[in-house]
Design a protein around this ligand. Sequence first.
Ligand code: HEM
Length: 511
Amino acid sequence: MARDLNAEPLFPVDEIQADILVGLKKRHEHLMFFKIVNVVTFKKFLASLHLTSMQDTLAQQALIDDNKTANPGKVIPTPGLNIAFTRSGLAMLGVALDDAKHAAFSAGMHNRQTELTDPPSSTWAVLRPSHDMHGVFVVTGASHAEVVDVISLRLAPPDENGWKLLHTEVGQVRPDPVAGHEHFGYADGVSQPGVRGRIPLNADPTPPTAALTPTKPGAEDSQGQRGQDLLWPGEFVFGYPGQNPNAPSFETQGPVKAPPIPFMDHGAFLVFRRLAQKVPEFNRAVKLAAQSITGTANPMNPDLLGAQMVGRWKSGAAIINAPQADDPSKAEDTDDVNNFEFGGDRKGLVCPFAAHIRKAYPRDDVPGNTTPTDTQANHAEAHTQTHRMLRRGIAFGPEVTESEALNERSAGGDKARGLLFKCYVTSIEHQFEFVQQSWCNNVDFSQPESGIDPIIGQSNDPLRFFAGAAPQSGNPADKPQLELAGFVHLEGGAYFFAPSIAKLTELAKAP
Ligand code: HEM
């Protein structure tokens, strides 16, 4: 069916915080966790705080696009500031909450240890639970200097503005040519859900509108980029239609995701996790596991095994599109990087069922069924599309040193590195927690004995099962049966709520 843009909602782009639907433009990011020390002063500070809206970031994006051809290489300033609060932070500001309607947010990540198979919060390196953590400032920029400029111009001095800094996490994009790659080396941020909805094109009172996620040439009407399914925005921001898990197809518009309380309209929950990555240990394990796979039926090497574990080559090319060797024509920044489903690989012979991207977004896979009809696959996909998230992570920590590489061990301490994982959703339980728990940590998803996600799967066992692929022989019996340690460790995290700029201003100005 042709895309009817007029049936899609028009976003109030000056009201919704930029990081949710657009994503703050960043090469550097400081996450500044704070406590409110004086409510009256803090509210006064909030009332005049310049938060970066969708509109601001879309304007920055337009400038970046304009300069791409005119001034290639020119760095465009992209200062950004967003804010989100914990449950105790909102309560402190006088927001009347309804805990039954947002149970995970109210409980806090530290109380969801059992659900997530997380390490106990008493062992976390950062953000150990306390009622004193009230919120986080998300500060971004094209450089460190730009980030500190935002801090001095908009946030300082804390004591005169009613807040106190508890902790900072510093993220930065890795240096070229691995900019945008996470520390294991794989291109990250490649696949995001397309979001239905319109944005105004200029400030005219009745401006023409455009799609937030335009349908690109060659893509289907229900897609943004080829293979990027368009979802209704209620999955990511309250007050809009969402997806319908029981629909015959994901294209069907679902019911409006009403805000649990009026204050939450046009806002979203923010999940934050500091995930340490043991990079030399990961590389050693991939190398040894690849060597252990002998015989000629499905020749193995470390690059191929790593790609099977992630589901993509380091370039971003999906292994489904490049089963034996990396293919630059399908890599990040190409039109086909997300142009695939798993329906042509129902037995997991090319992309393992437990590969990170197949666990975290199984596309048209049907749980427990490797011979589904088209109707069953479409139903399953409609269900899957209710478990998506807008990921906004960034790498933290230094590059691996020569001595760490030679010793095949992480040095730890100030050499710790990993991902500051962030995502925005309207249900922490059904989106982030569901994906982590029911898919990534579940050895039997999407098919029995698939294994645990080797990147982010969590288990109480030190070694986790992973069934590889058998692309050459095409014989499921040849799939390597591996046991791998965990290389990603949760070091702390929290659940937040990112309100709309309008609701926040209203709250700040209320007596
Ligand atoms: C250190 C931890 C992590 C690493 C190294 C990592 C790495 C990656 C990589 C390399 C990709 C492929 C590129 C892309 O599509 O953007 C990816 C995709 C993805 N990751 Fe992660 N990730 C991590 C944590 C997480 C967490 C905690 C979740 C959520 C529970 C998650 C969910 C996803 C999803 C949903 C996708 C997109 C899949 C798709 O659309 O095909 N990741 N990740």
